[in-house]
Design a protein around this ligand. Structure first.
Ligand SMILES: *[C@@H]1O[C@H](CO)[C@@H](O)[C@H](O)[C@H]1NC(C)=O
Ligand SMILES: *[C@@H]1O[C@H](CO)[C@@H](O)[C@H](O)[C@H]1NC(C)=O
Ligand SMILES: *[C@@H]1O[C@H](CO)[C@@H](O)[C@H](O)[C@H]1NC(C)=O
Ligand SMILES: *[C@@H]1O[C@H](CO)[C@@H](O)[C@H](O)[C@H]1NC(C)=O
Ligand SMILES: *[C@@H]1O[C@H](CO)[C@@H](O)[C@H](O)[C@H]1NC(C)=O
Ligand SMILES: *[C@@H]1O[C@H](CO)[C@@H](O)[C@H](O)[C@H]1NC(C)=O
Ligand SMILES: *[C@@H]1O[C@H](CO)[C@@H](O)[C@H](O)[C@H]1NC(C)=O
Ligand SMILES: *[C@@H]1O[C@H](CO)[C@@H](O)[C@H](O)[C@H]1NC(C)=O
Ligand SMILES: *[C@@H]1O[C@H](CO)[C@@H](O)[C@H](O)[C@H]1NC(C)=O
Ligand SMILES: *[C@@H]1O[C@H](CO)[C@@H](O)[C@H](O)[C@H]1NC(C)=O
Ligand SMILES: *[C@@H]1O[C@H](CO)[C@@H](O)[C@H](O)[C@H]1NC(C)=O
Length: 446
């Protein structure tokens, strides 16, 4: 612990978050402080910063995640303070084809990175978030275009299908197929299906991605676990068994959208099953935790934000499948109280920590901790009338085309060909220069 970090604790506790989980006003006051904490990391407002990005070391994908957290903040409390900032941030990062592949990211972007921005866009549509200006892409267009480019990467050459983790061959992880990329496609597809009601365009894809996840055993319907993924070599039999909360979160809520839309028992069973499987992310005190890394203090930057998505997607699940609500409320009530007592750190006296079961602030801080705390606390609002998830015909005003974006866009092929071309060109030049030098040498000697 750094010495400055305990000074506020010694000086005062008046700024600490005093949360009464049965009072919407109290929830709002707590969330407002934490939302400001999230936006403290927003880089777009700083001189020399980039619109839509959060400060170092937070990667681009987490910005998409954090903007999603803030869209829900605006919805839950009808608070417009950050609305224009959020709209500007998202529109700046859409890229040429409105599918969240901005040029700055295209050398490192993975399917999982892209989908978290697409999810922010469909969420904006479902929340009837203020629409972008008419000369920009709509929320629905952005979400649909993201889905379209992702589904084009479906790869039957190994593991019987699925998306690879990475989009580009030169990135570590191109040889890996994982749950987050495929569950991301499944989740986004399920939401687009429910929002648009376009069965012919989305239904097959949603079933195909879920069934594939089951076939390769990334999902287990006996234990209701969602594992990390597997190497392409060996056709996805070389598995990595880590359990990350955002994987289960994408699957449980995607299933909940499907149940809400189709009314089918299989989706009901899956939703209820994965809600029970979420218990691996609650510690011995009933408080949400990232079980794969927190005990060993090895959670990396990205992983420290995963509980934000678990919270957001469990809250959606509780609304979409009313039978899951009691269990999810229990998860939230215990966790929210623990979060509030943890948010007593930092200069401001209300920075949130990582281990919420620790008494007080555990000295960890960052965008991930702050987002996670915000999502836990604002999710309590589902019990105070904030429980509508709109579609296109019952109040969602975002309109768009399911064929939006560039449906034939395959950046990997294009960039790789250029790359190979350049490399080949370079070797030919090297060979020609080499031969010239040898020949010149021969003539000089002779
Ligand atoms: C919490 O809020 C509820 C509803 O506003 C109120 O009835 C109750 O007295 C509050 N509890 C405390 C301890 O302030
Ligand atoms: C709206 O949210 C901002 C940011 O958290 C907060 O400062 C402000 O007080 C909120 N507005 C109201 C009316 O509570
Ligand atoms: C891309 O990076 C440049 C240089 O840092 C920056 O000026 C620009 O705003 C960035 N564009 C996006 C979409 O992030
Ligand atoms: C939207 O939801 C309503 C129920 O709230 C339903 O009647 C309607 O069919 C849905 N629209 C679409 C496009 O699925
Ligand atoms: C679904 O989208 C496709 C492609 O745009 C379109 O041809 C079809 O009419 C749509 N179906 C519905 C029910 O909107
Ligand atoms: C499985 O993958 C790991 C890398 O994650 C590798 O070290 C190991 O050799 C692989 N095992 C087999 C049997 O291919
Ligand atoms: C759903 O679960 C119930 C209870 O376990 C079982 O009887 C039923 O067959 C399941 N339905 C489907 C479609 O899996
Ligand atoms: C969090 O803190 C509590 C209380 O100190 C401790 O019992 C628990 O093991 C910690 N949890 C983790 C995951 O480290
Ligand atoms: C579907 O979701 C809505 C929330 O938008 C909820 O009110 C409704 O009860 C759900 N329908 C079913 C069948 O669970
Ligand atoms: C959605 O937003 C539109 C445009 O701002 C507005 O006219 C409409 O009343 C809103 N609908 C709901 C259900 O809030
Ligand atoms: C779609 O992207 C491909 C590259 O993958 C490009 O060749 C094509 O021109 C693009 N189409 C449009 C309409 O921009």
């Amino acid at each position: 612990m750094r010495i400055w970090s305990i000074i506020p604790l010694l000086l005062s506790t008046v700024t600490a978050i005093d949360l009464n989980i049965t009072s919407p006003d109290s929830i709002y006051s707590a969330a407002a402080l934490i939302a400001d904490g999230v936006m403290d990391y927003y880089w777009g407002k700083d001189p020399g910063g980039t619109i839509g990005m959060f400060t170092h070391p937070y990667y681009w994908w987490e910005a998409g995640g954090a903007l999603g957290s803030m869209i829900d903040y605006c919805y839950y409390f009808d608070n417009d303070t950050y609305t224009n900032t959020i709209i500007e941030a998202i529109l700046y990062q859409t890229g040429e084809y409105n599918n969240f592949m901005p040029l700055n990211q295209t050398t490192t972007e993975g399917n999982d990175d892209q989908v978290f921005w697409g999810i922010a866009a469909i969420q904006a549509a479902e929340r009837n978030f203020t629409n972008p200006p008419s000369n920009a892409a709509s929320w629905l267009d952005l979400a649909a275009a993201t889905f379209n480019t992702m589904k084009n990467r479906w790869d039957e050459e190994s593991c019987g299908g699925g998306l690879r983790w990475q989009i580009f061959q030169w990135n570590n992880g191109y040889d890996y197929k994982n749950t987050v990329s495929n569950a991301g496609l499944f989740h986004l597809g399920a939401r687009l299906l429910r929002y648009t009601g376009n069965d012919s365009y989305y239904l097959d894809w949603v079933d195909r991605t879920y069934d594939w996840l089951l076939d390769v055993k990334f999902l287990d319907e006996n234990t209701w676990r969602a594992y990390d993924g597997a190497q392409v070599v060996g056709d996805c039999t070389n598995m990595t068994y880590y359990l990350w909360s955002y994987n289960l979160a994408l699957v449980v809520s995607g299933s909940a959208y499907m149940y809400n839309y189709t009314g089918e028992e299989k989706w009901y069973n899956r939703t209820m099953g994965f809600v029970s499987g979420a218990n691996v992310f609650f510690d011995e005190y009933g408080v949400m935790y990232e079980s794969a890394c927190m005990r060993h203090h090895t959670c990396q930057t990205d992983q420290r934000s995963f509980r934000a998505y678990l919270s957001r997607f469990l809250a959606l699940t509780a609304v979409l499948v009313p039978d899951s609500r009691d269990t999810i409320n229990t998860y939230f009530d215990t966790t929210a109280k623990a979060v509030a007592q943890s948010c007593v750190g930092g200069y401001d006296g209300h920075t949130c920590g990582m281990n919420w079961s620790y008494s007080g602030w555990d000295t960890y801080y960052g965008l991930g901790e702050e987002m996670s705390a915000l999502e836990v606390i604002q999710s309590l609002m589902i019990n105070f009338g904030k429980d509508t998830i709109l579609n296109m015909t019952d109040g969602g005003s975002s309109r768009g085309d399911v064929l939006s974006g560039n449906t034939t866009y395959k950046p990997e092929a294009k960039l790789l060909d250029l790359d190979k071309g350049d490399t080949a060109g370079a070797s030919i030049i090297t060979v020609i220069i080499g031969i010239t030098i040898i020949l010149l040498g021969y003539f000089v000697i002779v």
